[in-house]
Design a binder for this molecule. Structure first.
Ligand SMILES: Nc1ncnc2c1ncn2[C@@H]1O[C@H](COP(=O)(O)OP(=O)(O)OP(=O)(O)O)[C@@H](O)[C@H]1O
Ligand SMILES: [Mg+2]
Length: 206
């Protein structure tokens, strides 16, 4: 059994270790797998920065997969709503998928608001030490609201959307993120460079 595998409650469900494993797949891809978990307010730039970083990594010959917010709700999590319980289940499923993808040897990028520390910790706990990189896309609320590309802040201020993060629902900022992007005043290209530097420092890429 590999690290961070939780035993199943039913003792008849037994983990089968295969010969072609995570280490082999990572070596084949010449990279160290990890999950870069982008978190921040709506409009902070999570999808934009994660997408641009993925393009740069692809140019450098790396193997990646980007799991992006609403896209997941169209399929894997289409049965889930926005209650506290459903949000938690949403993140749990995404965490398990990200873990499978890291097991496939990929550099996984995810872009979810994921406003609660507890849910981000839940994903961190699924992964071996050093494989979960919390990326705080730290853009002031005023800037996010000014951008408002989906018109969601406008609707939230008008009371048409309830429980909107940053307006009438709390965003719990990461306390010790692996990567802290002051994303309100930097260009996307600069932010991508900061992420690449951090990946090199951590020897995830060369
Ligand atoms: N560094 C930046 N400088 C200026 N504008 C930016 C920057 N990053 C993102 N933007 C712009 O801000 C808007 C919101 O970005 P994006 O969609 O990536 O946010 P998000 O964090 O993914 O939000 P959501 O949680 O709603 O999906 C977009 O119009 C994007 O072009
Ligand atoms: Mg997004």
């Amino acid at each position: 059994m590999t690290a961070a595998v939780q035993p199943h409650d039913d003792e008849n469900v037994v983990w089968h270790s295969h010969q072609t494993d995570k280490a082999f797949r990572a070596k084949q891809k010449k990279q160290k797998p990890c999950v870069m978990w982008f978190t921040g307010l709506s409009g902070a730039g999570k999808s934009t920065v994660a997408g641009a970083l993925e393009s740069r990594l692809a140019e450098l010959g790396h193997h990646t997969y980007l799991l992006d917010g609403d896209n997941v709700r169209h399929g894997l999590c289409r049965d889930l709503g926005f209650s506290t319980e459903d949000r938690r289940e949403n993140i749990r499923r995404i965490g398990e998928v990200a873990k499978l993808m890291a097991d496939a040897g990929l550099i996984v990028l995810s872009a979810f608001i994921s406003p609660h520390r507890q849910e981000r910790q839940l994903v961190r706990d699924l992964l071996p030490e050093g494989e979960f990189l919390e990326v705080f896309v730290d853009t002031p609320l005023a800037e996010c609201e000014k951008r408002d590309p989906k018109g969601l802040y406008k609707k939230a201020r008008a009371g048409e959307i309830k429980q909107f993060t940053g307006i009438d629902s709390e965003y719990q900022a990461p306390e010790l993120p692996e990567i802290h992007l002051q994303a309100g005043e930097a260009s996307v290209a600069e932010l991508v460079e900061l992420c690449l530097e951090s990946l090199k420092q951590r020897q995830i890429i060369r």
